[in-house]
Design a protein around this ligand. Structure first.
Ligand code: ADP
Ligand code: ADP
Length: 227
């Protein structure tokens, strides 16, 4: 699904340069549930942003669904993102002046899904995530746990082939965190590929492969026990 080949990523400013990723190679196959772990600042978010076509490497190649995405236009990359990828961020990125319902509906509007089909899908996912009772309120009026569930609903409503999650349980208590992980697990069981960054071993237990990053390099990769 994604082949990341020998990439470097550096951030330059006037007085210094940070090498956030250093010769990283990673292949993610369709249907996998991959978890990236490592200390703060080791490059996890950078890697996730590149895998999600939100950012480009400074060097190296990224092949997404067989297509080299480094040299294509940003418009084409945005199209691939909309058609294939759902994002769940720790900071939710919900739109404050849209209701819960409207936030979840947005990816379907981008994909030009017909109104009656949109309504059906939004209501189904709100029901599954138990947020239907909040559909007409705004994100700032609900708790962090509920906001995270709205963010998950928005990420999965368009039935993306790939879900990228950055600390999806980061702001949740263990029970709410488990609910979010079980939703990701059930999507993975249905064939959705998942790439997740987390510090939580309770979350990484759901992965089939764990990658450890340190100082911008992959230091170990293991297949998860029991998978
Ligand atoms: P992690 O997600 O593991 O905490 P990041 O990918 O956010 O790591 O960051 C890796 C390194 O790159 C850090 O040293 C961080 O400060 C730096 N970095 C990340 N984003 C930027 C940016 N936009 N500009 C400058 N430096 C950045
Ligand atoms: P996390 O550890 O959860 O990834 P960070 O605080 O490292 O969170 O990064 C949050 C965001 O800030 C990321 O999108 C990253 O690219 C950006 N960022 C991180 N470090 C820097 C930096 N030194 N300069 C500018 N942006 C940064």
């Amino acid at each position: 699904m994604i082949q990341i080949q020998n990439i470097n990523k550096s951030y330059k400013s006037e007085d210094n340069e940070t090498l956030a990723l250093n010769h990283v190679t990673l292949n993610i196959h369709e249907g996998e549930f991959v978890c990236i772990m490592g200390p703060s600042g080791c490059g996890k978010s950078t890697l996730l942003n590149i895998a999600g076509l939100l950012d480009l490497p400074s060097e190296g190649e990224v092949i997404f669904q067989g297509e080299n995405v480094v040299n294509i236009s940003s418009k084409k990359r945005a199209q691939l993102r909309r058609n294939y990828i759902g994002f769940v961020f720790q900071s939710f990125n919900l739109i404050d002046d849209l209701t819960v319902y409207e936030n979840i509906e947005l990816p379907l509007i981008y994909q030009q899904v017909a109104p009656n089909e949109r309504k059906f899908r939004v209501e189904k996912i709100m029901d599954k995530l138990q947020i239907s009772h909040k559909k007409n309120v705004f994100p700032t009026q609900i708790s962090g746990g509920l906001q995270q569930r709205v963010a998950v609903a928005r990420a999965v409503v368009s039935q993306p082939k790939l879900i990228l999650a950055d600390e999806p349980t980061g702001n949740l208590d263990s029970e709410r965190g488990r609910e979010v992980m079980e939703i990701l697990q059930s999507l993975n069981d249905l064939g959705t590929t998942i790439l997740m960054v987390t510090h939580s071993t309770a979350a990484s237990d759901y992965a089939s492969r764990i990658i450890h990053l340190f100082d911008g390099q992959i230091v170990t990769e293991n297949l998860h026990k029991g998978k």
